[in-house]
Every structure is written in structure tokens, then in C-alpha cells.
Design a binder for this molecule. Structure first.
Ligand code: NAD
Length: 334
């Protein structure tokens, strides 16, 4: 029986990396029934809706999505589709594993980096609650709830227990935001007390950024509210070769959407240059979620083999290949 999956190619490089990933998944031999729907700038232009109803109808049926990046205008315009989807579908956990790829030369390639980032995905300053109090004074509400904080803390510690991770680091700014980040920390501490086998420590976000650059190998699993998670994910991606590499999963009780950390990369969109590794590695996570462990491992090893050989890598990681050549190499390695 084929797995029904909703495919949202997205904007910019989205369709390029989505097509590459669909080809790699086809070559894995797992039967998938794709429901291709549009969301984002293209959907707005074509259907007059940022997230057309058919996106939700499809996800209602499939429960699982593979999504390319979608564009969000800066300083005005429509709200982020990602924020809207994550909130509406209750995708409270954003999971981003950050690993060094074999053979890839980066500034830190001699370090065995392997960390997991758990980012709360539905609240914090992403609640989108902003208003002008009086002309010249604007307020943006940072919402932190006990429910969402406990959920992400439990997701992080649960993963640590299942995967044998040694240490969870909670990242915060509770020295300044004593109540909001204070509540987040309280939830992490309470959860930590139920997982005595996992080491627990806390770092203020600015210090965490410095330590991540100075001693990235000392990090194992990181858990944090939404905004710090957004920033630290990109910082961590930079440690292992950039945004072309790092995958992600948005997980809720009912739905799951797999998407890379990167955005629409407007500077290279439509040129056949995008690195599809990040979305392919998101598909590795998706196959694991579907229970297709063997296929998940096969796709992951094929990606590793292409990086080890180093002959068909894209420009962002120092190679000369385009999206198509890299994809062919992964398919050949499968
Ligand atoms: P970006 O991630 O699109 O690009 C940052 C840099 O990384 C660019 O130089 C780009 O070329 C490079 N890059 C990113 N992905 C790459 C890939 N797969 N292969 C090769 N190079 C890659 O970040 P940005 O420029 O800040 O954002 C552009 C747009 O993307 C904005 O509208 C933003 O809102 C949106 N965005 C969407 C998502 C999402 O949908 N999940 C995430 C982040 C940003």
C-alpha cells in the first residue's frame, strides 16, 4: 500500500529541491502517493489564498507533509505560512538534527558534531501579536505558556532517553525576561527531574552562541523557545556546512511536516544550483516517521556516500555540481 503524503513545493528554490527529493524517494523503492498542493507566494498569485483550503484538506487525509520553503515579506505584507501552518496544525515540536557529513570540508570538519535542536514551534514572539500603542511606540507580545513549554521539554527529554543522548541544554534569557523565559526554564527543570539519567544544564542565549562557536562539540541536545531556536538553528547549520545541509521535522500529536531549515534562497532560485541535501535529509526523517527504517537508512547512506566521494557536490559546499547532478549521484548511490 502506498503512503499518502502531501507535497508542498513552496517558493524560490522550493520546487527544485522538492523535485530532487521526490526523485530520490522514488529511487528508494517506497511507494508514495503524492498529493501535490501549492502554498505560499505562488498560491497567492494563482488562487488568491496563501494557504488554499486544499492544503488542509490534503493534510487531513495524509497527516504527513513534505514541504519546501515559502517566502514571507519583510516589514509588512502577509504573515508567515510556516507560523500559520505550525499553529493551526498544532506542530509544537521543531526537531533539527545537526550532523557533520562524512568527507565534507568545513571550518569545523575535524570535530564530530552531532547535536539535536528542539525548538518550541507555536508561540513566543512568533505569536504575531503586534500593535502600535501610540505613534512611534510598537508592542510585540512574547507568549510563553506552561503547556507548550512542558510539551517541548518532554519531547526533548523523551528523545534523549530513547536515543541515549547524554545531556540536555536549555537555552534562555531568563536573567532579563524573568517571567516568560523563567516559566520556560521552570518547565525544563521539572521535566529534567523526571529523567535523572540525562544530564541537564542551562545557558543564557548569548553565552550559548559563543560556546557553540568556540566548543560546538560540547553540545548534545538543545531545547529552547521559538525565537532562539530559529537563530541557533542557522548558527548550528553554519557549523556543519551551511543551510544546504540541515533537515527538520515539525511534529504534533496528529500531523507531521518535514522541511529543511533553509529559506527560499532567492539569490540562486531557478538556476539549478540549490543543494537538495537538507530536504533529502528531511525525507530521511520522514521515512523514519513512517516506520520505513530500512529505506530511511538507505537514503541516508546514499547521501553520505556522495559526500564521502566529494565529486558531485553543489556550490554552497565547495563543489561544482548543480541540483540535478547531485541528485543523480544520490540515486546512483542508492
Ligand atoms: P535563505 O535560507 O533563503 O538563504 C540564506 C543563504 O543561504 C542564501 O545565500 C542562500 O543562497 C543560501 N541557501 C539556503 N538554502 C540553500 C540551499 N538549499 N542550497 C544552497 N544555498 C542555500 O534565507 P533568507 O535569504 O534569509 O530568506 C529568504 C526567504 O525565505 C524569506 O522570505 C524568508 O522568510 C523565507 N524563509 C522560509 C523558511 C521556510 O519556509 N521554512 C525558512 C527560512 C526563511
Amino acid at each position: 500500500m502506498a503512503y499518502p503524503i502531501t507535497l508542498i513545493p513552496g517558493d524560490g528554490i522550493g520546487p527544485e529541491v522538492a523535485d530532487a527529493t521526490v526523485r530520490a524517494l522514488d529511487a528508494c523503492g517506497v511507494a508514495i502517493e503524492w498529493e501535490r498542493v501549492e502554498a505560499g507566494a505562488r498560491a497567492l498569485a494563482e488562487y488568491g489564498q496563501l494557504i488554499p483550503d486544499e492544503v488542509f484538506a490534503s493534510l487531513e487525509y495524509t497527516r504527513v507533509g513534505l514541504k519546501g520553503p515559502t517566502a514571507t515579506p519583510i516589514g509588512g505584507g502577509h504573515q508567515s505560512i510556516n507560523v500559520a501552518l505550525r499553529k493551526k496544525l498544532g506542530l509544537s515540536t521543531n526537531f533539527r538534527p545537526v550532523r557533520m557529513l562524512p568527507g565534507l570540508k568545513t571550518r569545523f570538519h575535524d570535530l564530530p558534531l552531532d547535536m539535536a535542536i528542539f525548538r518550541e514551534n507555536t508561540e513566543d514572539l512568533y505569536s504575531g501579536l503586534e500593535h502600535e500603542v501610540v505613534p512611534g511606540v510598537v508592542e510585540s507580545l512574547k507568549i510563553i505558556t506552561q503547556t507548550a513549554s512542558m510539551k517541548i521539554a518532554r519531547a526533548a527529554f523523551g528523545y534523549a532517553r530513547r536515543e541515549g543522548r547524554k545531556k540536555v541544554t536549555a537555552i534562555h534569557k531568563a536573567n532579563i525576561m524573568k517571567m516568560s523565559d523563567g516559566l520556560f526554564l521552570k518547565c525544563c527543570r521539572e521535566t529534567a527531574s523526571q529523567f535523572p539519567e540525562v544530564q541537564y544544564n542551562e545557558l543564557i542565549v548569548d553565552n550559548a552562541c559563543m560556546q557553540l562557536v568556540m566548543r560546538p562539540e560540547s553540545f548534545d541536545l538543545l531545547v529552547m523557545p521559538n525565537l532562539y531556536g530559529d537563530i541557533i538553528s542557522d548558527l548550528a547549520a553554519g557549523l556543519v556546512g551551511g543551510l544546504g545541509i540541515v533537515p527538520g521535522a515539525n511534529l504534533g500529536d496528529r500531523y507531521a511536516i518535514f522541511e529543511a531549515v533553509h529559506g527560499t534562497a532567492p539569490d540562486i532560485a531557478g538556476k539549478g544550483l540549490a543543494n537538495p541535501t537538507a530536504l533529502m535529509q528531511s525525507a530521511v526523517l520522514m521515512l523514519g516517521h513512517l516506520g520505513e527504517r530500512a529505506a530511511s537508512n538507505r537514503l541516508q547512506s546514499a547521501i553520505y556516500k556522495v559526500y564521502e566521494a566529494g565529486e558531485h557536490l553543489t556550490g554552497d559546499v565547495g563543489g561544482k555540481a548543480g541540483t540535478a547532478e547531485f541528485t543523480e549521484a544520490v540515486i546512483a548511490a542508492l
